[in-house]
Design a protein around this ligand. Structure first.
Ligand SMILES: [Fe+2]
Length: 233
């Protein structure tokens, strides 16, 4: 397939940020002698800041990447978590994969009610999209959407992504909360030789690459990949 190159990703503030998890001060001055209290009034804030700095847990927001040209023009009638079954058709191509993870905010709190969408090409590198000739296998759903529950977890059944012209294997991911679009990114397979040659993967910093490149592990019922998603909510 000769897919048009995906446009350069936008560089917005969500691309790659660090967020701090606030911690509460637990010190009490109730039992201190007066002079010590006076000293603590001066030194205390410095100590508190020092302790806070040590306790800060920096959470990396999942970096954004371009949406690419193949987000569905019309969502498929069947757009549930199982991309290997489209309506009444079972897709037997590719390598079956469970993809799961948890959606949290910068403080680590699960983002209940968030919608996670994925879309990707079939085992022959074709998308359900007129820009790709609508050539994707009819049995491959190609797109899925789930709403996460109170624990923030999501789960999809799909195929291990495959390369196509100019791109290393990837799965497109979008997160929404109500009408707000919180994140659009792409997920990569750790250890794929094509990653280092991929023009979008190359543009990521080492830390950002780590955040969107996850291991695919062999299991009895196929592959398993876990992609934790952290968004600024
Ligand atoms: Fe793509």
């Amino acid at each position: 397939m000769n897919a048009p190159p995906e446009p350069k990703p936008s560089r917005n503030r969500r691309d790659f940020q660090l967020a701090a998890e606030p911690t509460a001060s637990t010190s009490s001055t109730a039992e201190l002698p007066r002079r010590a209290v006076a000293a603590a009034l001066v030194v205390g804030p410095m100590l508190w800041l020092g302790a806070r700095a040590q306790a800060v847990s920096a959470r990396t927001l999942t970096p954004s990447q371009t949406e690419g040209p193949f987000y569905p023009v019309r969502l498929p009638q069947d757009s549930d978590h199982d991309l290997l079954r489209n309506g009444r058709l079972d897709y037997r191509g590719g390598q079956a994969t469970w993809l799961d993870g948890r959606v949290t905010d910068a403080a680590g709190k699960p983002l209940a009610g968030a919608q996670v969408e994925i879309w990707q090409c079939d085992e022959n590198g074709h998308y359900h999209h007129p820009g790709d000739g609508d050539r994707a296998d009819a049995a491959f759903q190609g797109f899925g959407r789930v709403i996460v529950g109170a624990d923030g977890t999501y789960r999809f059944r799909t195929i291990r992504p495959v390369p196509y012209t100019g791109r290393t294997p990837h799965i497109h991911v979008k997160v929404r909360l109500g009408a707000r679009e919180l994140l659009t990114t792409q997920l990569y397979v750790a250890g794929e030789a094509g990653n280092a040659r991929d023009f979008l993967w190359q543009r990521l910093s080492p830390a950002a690459r780590e955040a969107v490149t996850v291991p695919f592990e062999r299991r009895q019922d196929g592959w398993q990949a876990r992609f934790p998603i952290t968004v600024a909510a």
